[in-house]
Design a protein around this ligand. Structure first.
Ligand SMILES: C[S@@+](CC[C@H](N)C(=O)[O-])C[C@H]1O[C@@H](n2cnc3c(N)ncnc32)[C@H](O)[C@@H]1O
Length: 437
């Protein structure tokens, strides 16, 4: 008998799987932009012996651990000199212009203006090595083509449109300040501070800054000044499952990150951007996390009502009660099935005419009757099936569009990933509901 795993086929298989795993991460540290960035950081007293810029097949560009990292270990300690904050902006050539401008501009706008101006300066910018490793474009929802936005789940579509309006309004209301900077440039200021440049700067700040609270500056508005761009450290990707401690250390004057989890040698090191669901990750950061424990499928109250089994004369009153008591939002299917809030809303909507007076007890979690329990359970299954079909239809549309709109393929894949995750969640919920029968 042939010994298991010793033959030629097995060796070939092992070699092939080794090659596949090698292919799944490619170091980028030899690239000229990273060589320049390393030099720039070294001049500012930062050297890294733990991590290496690497491209991973699942998460894109990130940082790989070059040695095994233990929980509690200091992984990165970036000196204050490397950070780009409103202090940097106010001390720069923009400082005088900002101080003179009334009403004071926000800390966010100060940072946007600085980023745009430095990027425009090109080779003359002292921040060039950092600017050169920043993405040229982003995939936050504000950047997506309207045709792609239309394929998003409903609540997210609304948020995407609101985000677009917000950024456009911010840009429009900043034109006056940008005009005041004309004497710094030889070309018309609108050619430097145009909408696309503003969008790029806004997304850079939105997706890459770390939290760092600064004292209020007189020359800036009272909006929170909590941003710091942290070169190199901002190459760390997000994983919902890891724990890290990240903060500016007032004693060492460094921005420090300590991991609370173990990271194996040659694996990607992650941080956690927060307990965000996939809608928030896509909206604010432009990506979707696979098997995200914080994700959920949001059910609109209108869809619940549309699937009501029969006409109910008390329906309007029931809906008002749900709205009054905050049960008309955050109704979800999660990895462990329908949420308590969704089931409670369904139970209230399913109350028979003779049970209606018990509505308060329903909101407190009491069982009213077997009939009410059964009706709401059947209804939750129907809603779940409806949403499953909805997700499948969306996926079909996306696949169709991918064939026709080659230029939108990457954006479509992003939205497709979101629907795939939603479908997984709903199918898991459907299984749970089936077992509860
Ligand atoms: C702070 S940067 C991290 C470094 C970034 N990947 C880069 O190449 O510069 C945040 C951005 O990285 C990407 N990202 C972070 N975590 C990710 C993940 N788990 N999967 C895919 N993309 C991720 C998203 O585009 C996000 O906006």
């Amino acid at each position: 008998m042939k010994k298991k795993g010793r033959g030629r086929t097995s060796r070939q298989r092992r070699r092939k799987s080794l090659r596949t795993s090698e292919l799944s991460k490619v170091s980028e540290s030899h690239k000229s932009e990273f060589i320049e960035l390393r030099k720039w950081l070294k001049e500012r007293k930062f050297e890294d012996h733990n991590l290496r810029p690497t491209r991973f097949s699942g998460t894109g560009r990130g940082l790989m651990a070059v040695k095994s990292l233990q929980p509690g270990e200091l992984i990165i300690s970036l000196p204050e000199k490397c950070l780009l904050t409103t202090d940097t902006v106010i001390k720069s050539y923009l400082g005088d212009y900002i101080t003179k401008w009334t009403p004071p501009i926000s800390p966010l706008l100060a940072l946007c203006a600085f980023l745009i101006s430095e990027k425009h300066a090109g080779n003359k910018s002292p921040w060039k090595p950092y600017l050169d490793v920043l993405p040229e474009t982003y995939t936050c929802l504000v950047c997506l083509d309207p045709q792609v936005v239309r394929l998003l789940p409903n609540p997210l579509k609304t948020e995407a449109q609101e985000q677009r309006t917000h950024v456009q309004e911010l840009f429009d209301s900043s034109r006056g300040f940008f005009s005041s900077l004309q004497s710094l440039f030889t070309e018309p200021v609108e050619h430097v501070f145009h909408y696309n440049a503003f969008l790029w700067a806004w997304c850079t700040i939105n997706t890459r800054t770390v939290y760092m609270k600064h004292a209020r500056k007189e020359c800036l508005s009272a909006e929170p000044d909590v941003y710091a761009l942290a070169p190199y450290l901002d190459l760390l990707n997000h994983s919902p499952g890891v724990q890290v401690k990240a903060a500016f250390n007032e004693e060492t004057h460094c921005y420090e990150i300590r991991t609370a989890s173990h990271c194996k040698k040659y694996e990607e090191l992650f941080i956690c951007y927060g307990p965000h669901d996939n809608h928030r990750l896509l909206l604010e950061y432009g990506f979707v996390a696979i098997n995200n424990p914080h994700s959920a499928v949001y059910i609109s109250i209108d869809n619940l009502i549309d699937h009501l089994p029969s006409v109910d004369t008390q329906m309007n009153k029931k809906i008002s009660l749900l709205k009054e008591h905050g049960f008309s939002e955050n109704l979800t299917f999660g990895w462990d099935g329908p949420s308590w809030r969704l089931l409670t809303a369904l139970k209230l909507l399913c109350l028979g005419a003779d049970e209606f007076t018990c509505w308060k007890k329903v909101l407190l979690g009491e069982v009213i009757s077997n009939t009410n329990e059964w009706k709401s359970f059947v209804w939750s299954r129907k809603i779940c099936s409806y949403y499953i079909e909805d997700a499948k239809t969306a996926l079909q549309k996306i696949s169709h569009m991918k064939d026709e709109e080659a230029a939108l393929k990457d954006q479509l894949t992003l939205v497709e990933n979101l629907w795939v995750e939603e479908l997984k969640l709903l199918q898991g919920s459907a299984d749970i509901l089936r077992w509860q029968n």
